[in-house]
Design a protein around this ligand. Structure first.
Ligand SMILES: Cc1cc2nc3c(=O)[nH]c(=O)nc-3n(C[C@H](O)[C@H](O)[C@H](O)COP(=O)(O)OP(=O)(O)OC[C@H]3O[C@@H](n4cnc5c(N)ncnc54)[C@H](O)[C@@H]3O)c2cc1C
Length: 386
């Protein structure tokens, strides 16, 4: 067992950090104020660094590195903000992996390299107005007729909704009820019948566009079926990696907050001495450090245990659940430590606290991760309906 990064991984981390600080940090406050996504030229720049296909095989346009490498880069970018890191999140742990692993070859060859080049941003659209945690209650329906699928339904809370170039839409693809009837299709921007609700205003996640998606007799070729009915387990398998990405985004809110708070408490003086000289502050700092380190180790373990494959549900749910929880604590403590400056929207700390909360709902709420963990511990599924 080796807890150190390799020389190459440390160099990659440094490169990502330098890029994030030089190129992304100057944009973060404006994206937050305008609730605007990262501009396209910066997405391309990220692609030119290889950061939009770190863990994608070279033959599909990626760097061919590991999931751990991707998560190391993602954390450095997301320490700046969720919004600036979001394209990297979607491209390295998002729906592109369901396409890479399970889509027909022609679709894979058309989509995955474009994502790596920064020409195509993908989003995942699972949730519906009446299907959140109970995802398999989804009612969006695709009917296959010859070489076309016609899809009708309403999707909710899609991060990237209205902005992305294509959507991996979870939909029923047969009359079989429950999970067994669910599959997923790729629907591209501009397809007739695809429209969006008003851009949403969330508590955090500013700069990550979000909207309802309306599917009104949307027709796509059958070649756009990424996973047919009966493949829900495959979608969830790919989602185990997204969970590690979600955990990393949460972790980064915490680790970024800790880095800034550490500087602040050594500079800010009260009662004639730096804040860090007060023991109460020292104890808080130590707690924050322990939580951040433990979350990072759980995430990295999930990635390393899976090598280049997809992490297990136990490892990924444990990492996500813990990172989601500590991110709320650590960012809350960091806001408190910085007093009025922590609470002011003129500084990044309160944004991190708001974003941290969202990561514990997105991708499956904290409590359902605990159900996943208990379920894996005893080796059976707990039916939530009975
Ligand atoms: C910032 C953000 C980004 C998102 N991005 C996307 C996206 O890109 N694509 C997408 O498809 N969806 C996205 N979502 C939706 C997200 O996946 C859902 O919000 C989440 O799965 C919870 O579903 P719900 O909101 O319907 O809450 P509900 O399912 O109604 O649950 C509400 C609460 O009840 C509790 N609960 C429910 N069921 C159980 C249970 N069985 N056991 C224990 N507790 C339970 C949980 O505490 C939960 O938080 C996003 C959400 C947020 C907040």
């Amino acid at each position: 067992m080796n807890f150190s990064l390799s020389d190459e991984q440390r160099a990659l981390q440094q490169t990502a950090r330098a890029f994030a600080q030089k190129e992304l940090a100057p944009l973060a406050a404006k994206l937050e104020a305008d609730n605007a996504p990262l501009p396209h030229d910066m997405v391309r720049k990220m692609a030119s660094m290889g950061f939009l296909g770190i863990n994608i095989p070279e033959e599909l346009g990626g760097l061919g590195l590991s999931n751990l490498d991707a998560l190391i880069v993602l954390e450095e970018l997301a320490k700046v903000s969720s919004a600036v890191a979001f394209p990297c999140f979607e491209a390295n742990v998002g729906p592109v992996h369901a396409i890479r692993h399970f889509a027909p070859d022609a679709l894979k060859q058309r989509i995955v390299p474009s994502v790596c080049r920064g020409e195509m941003i993908l989003a995942v659209s699972m949730s519906e107005p009446n299907a959140g945690t109970a995802l398999t209650d989804l009612t969006t329906r695709g009917v296959i007729d010859g070489d076309r699928v016609t899809i009708n339904g309403t999707k909710r809370w899609c991060s990237g909704g209205g902005h992305s170039d294509a959507y991996l839409v979870y939909t029923r693809l047969s009359d079989v009820t429950g999970a067994k009837g669910v599959g997923a299709v790729l629907i591209e921007k501009g397809t007739d019948g695809l429209s969006f609700g008003e851009p949403e205003t969330l508590m955090g996640f500013r700069g990550v566009p979000s909207a309802d998606i309306y599917l009104d007799n949307v027709k796509v070729p059958v070649g756009n079926i990424v996973v047919p009915a009966g493949g829900f387990a495959k979608l969830m398998e790919a989602f185990d990696l997204e969970r590690c990405g979600n955990a990393t985004m949460a972790l980064a809110q915490a680790s970024g907050a800790l880095e800034d708070a550490l500087i602040y408490v050594q500079e800010r003086q009260q009662f004639g001495k730096p804040l860090v000289d007060f023991q109460a502050v020292q104890l808080k700092l130590a707690e924050m450090q322990m939580e951040v380190e433990a979350a990072r180790l759980l995430i990295w373990r999930a990635a390393v245990n899976a090598d280049r494959g997809l992490p297990s549900i136990l490892d990924s749910s444990t990492a996500k659940c813990f990172a989601n929880q500590i991110a709320r604590n650590v960012t809350g403590n960091a806001v408190q430590m910085m007093g009025g400056y922590g609470y002011s929207a003129a500084y990044p700390m309160e944004r991190r606290m708001r974003d941290a909360w969202g990561w514990g709902i997105a991708g499956g709420a904290i409590d359902i991760q605990k159900v996943n963990i208990a379920s894996a511990m005893v080796g059976r599924r707990f039916d939530q309906r009975r």
